[in-house]
Design a protein around this ligand. Structure first.
Ligand code: PA5
Length: 326
């Protein structure tokens, strides 16, 4: 997995130089995908200038047909994820325009049969390790549709390269190792804001899948209206089991920014506040990616510390096979 993460800068560069198939102009987008593929829709929604909705379920929401001039973007690395295929079937039956992004599988076959624009990403990786290919492809497709004005892919590549460094020994590694040492053996809470929510979600899922470690996301200002009550009552034993990392961004809304210090002080009564990570870069994508890279490295260090294989996702595969998904 380390060698896959090391290719992230190249993946973003690949996407930056991508010649995408012609995508019709659209006024809104509905990105459908699950897990390591679906997060590319969240990334697109975070960097887009027009409305981008993300759907992670079977079928399509009832309001899909009421979207203004929509394009449905189906993303599945394997091409065989049943929720995504079900969403595509629903889009087809509603007569919505579909574009596909995949490494192969049934989604690619269906797109070829239907004559939908399809973008093939390089295969052979775990979906979550193809983060740059997938999120870069969605960003480029939506740039083609006129919904994303500035992808930020070149800067994302540069920021990732700087943080990862040669042989993953860059400044990101040192920060990540320190954080991981504080989080080892704990349940992680990633505390963010609207500006860092997608990166926080990626931290959670990378800890889940790479380190086989429980992690949860909590966002401000919402957590100040419920969750803060819970932290103050935890006993010492539980306090030792929860580690909090905050993800920060220079463009936080000022009143959200003002909440981090008093909130972490309150949380600190019930959980160990392990550290804070600030985004770097100018474009929205680069800032998001700068946080993602640190989270990926934290998850790999946690996996090593726990002695688990970061690549294997046996529970996911077992469930897919139990449910008959190829
Ligand atoms: O990380 C993973 O392996 C999963 O989250 C998959 O991405 C998810 O199950 C969907 O599969 P796919 O990305 O092939 O559509």
């Amino acid at each position: 997995m380390e060698s896959m993460i090391a290719t992230l800068p190249d993946q973003f560069r690949w996407a930056a130089q991508l010649q995408t198939p012609a995508v019709p102009a659209a006024a809104s987008a509905l990105v459908c995908g699950m897990g390591g593929s679906g997060i590319s829709g969240d990334v697109a929604a975070a960097i887009a200038d027009g409305p981008v909705f993300v759907h992670k379920d079977y079928g399509l929401p009832g309001w899909a047909s009421t979207l203004p001039d929509p394009v449905v973007v189906a993303v599945s690395y394997s091409g065989n994820t049943e929720e995504t295929l079900s969403a595509v079937e629903a889009a087809r039956s509603k007569g919505l325009r579909v574009v596909a992004i995949s490494g192969g599988g049934k989604l690619s076959e269906l797109a070829a049969d239907e004559g939908w624009p399809v973008l093939k990403v390089p295969g052979g990786l775990q979906p979550r390790a193809a983060f740059g290919y997938l999120s870069g492809s969605v960003a480029k497709m939506l740039e083609g549709a006129g919904i994303v004005k500035e992808t930020g892919l070149e800067e994302a590549s540069a920021v990732a390269a700087t943080l990862l460094g040669e042989d993953l020994n860059g400044p990101g590694r040192r920060l990540a190792d320190d954080l991981a040492d504080g989080l080892a053996g704990k349940i992680t809470v990633v505390l963010g804001s609207a500006r860092t929510a997608v990166a926080a979600a990626r931290w959670k899922t990378q800890m889940n899948e790479n380190a086989k470690s429980p992690a949860f996301v909590s966002l401000l200002p919402e957590a100040d209206h419920n969750e803060v009550e819970a932290w103050t009552t935890l006993g010492t034993a539980l306090r030792r089991t929860v580690g909090v990392v905050t993800l920060r961004d220079g463009s936080e809304q000022p009143r959200v920014r003002a909440r981090f210090q008093p909130t972490t002080q309150l949380i600190g009564e019930g959980a160990t506040v392990v550290g804070e990570v600030w985004s770097q870069g100018t474009t929205r994508l680069a800032r998001l990616v700068s946080l993602v890279v640190i989270g990926d490295l934290v998850s790999l260090r946690l996996a090593r510390t726990a002695g688990v294989d970061p690549v294997a996702v046996d529970a996911i595969q077992q469930l897919k096979s139990t449910l008959g998904e190829s």
